[in-house]
Design a protein around this ligand. Structure first.
Ligand SMILES: [Zn+2]
Length: 188
């Protein structure tokens, strides 16, 4: 059951081009979490690609977990999320390099997606980093962007966090199209 949820969301992330090289997924179970294994391929997850470890405590499985484990742990500490999806949606990543927040131009189709903060300006963004600030901002937001890196979305289910990720990328795709049209309008 749990594996099927991870497999379904992992396949969708790949099919929609939301993870350029790798992403990671986790769910919370009390004071434990289940997270994708380090370097696992989300398009074909198997039982041994899921790692269970503590939210606070390390154990023998901890070193196998995704390199983003510190961010997932911090999010579960700070928010009521039960699931986290980390992806690399290309249009959102591109805009995060030039904007301090992403403002969806397609609000009608995405009523739950408002301004999406971009974190990591004037900081080095590396995997597993920015965990405290990402978690703090996710108290008020469903999804945030780490500048030039990727998105972190939360939900009660993996599917919900995936939906926020998909919505953000769709809106950013439209933003990029609008910007490209403006750039080529004669006389502007
Ligand atoms: Zn990443």
């Amino acid at each position: 059951m749990i594996l099927a949820q991870f497999q379904s969301v992992g396949r969708d992330l790949c099919a929609q081009g939301l993870i350029s090289h790798a992403g990671n997924l986790s769910i919370r179970l009390g004071d434990r979490l289940i997270i994708t294994r380090r370097d696992s391929n989300l398009s074909r997850l198997e039982e041994n690609d899921l790692v269970e470890t503590g939210i606070d405590k390390n154990d023998r499985c901890t070193p196998l977990a995704s390199i983003e484990l510190p961010v997932h742990r911090a999010i579960y500490h700070e928010t009521s999320a039960k699931a986290v999806v980390h992806a690399h949606p290309p249009h959102a990543v591109a805009l995060s390099l030039i904007e301090t927040e992403l403002v969806p131009p397609c609000g009608e189709g995405s009523p739950q997606l408002e301004r999406v903060p971009v974190l990591g300006w004037n900081m080095e963004v590396k995997p597993g980093g920015l965990s405290d600030i990402i978690a703090r901002v996710l108290k008020e937001s469903h999804i945030v962007m780490a500048r030039g890196h990727g998105s972190f979305a939360i939900g009660q289910l993996l599917q919900e966090a995936l939906n926020y990720t998909t919505m953000l990328e769709e809106c950013c795709k439209v933003s990029c199209l609008l910007k490209s049209i403006n750039a080529s309008v004669p006389g502007k």
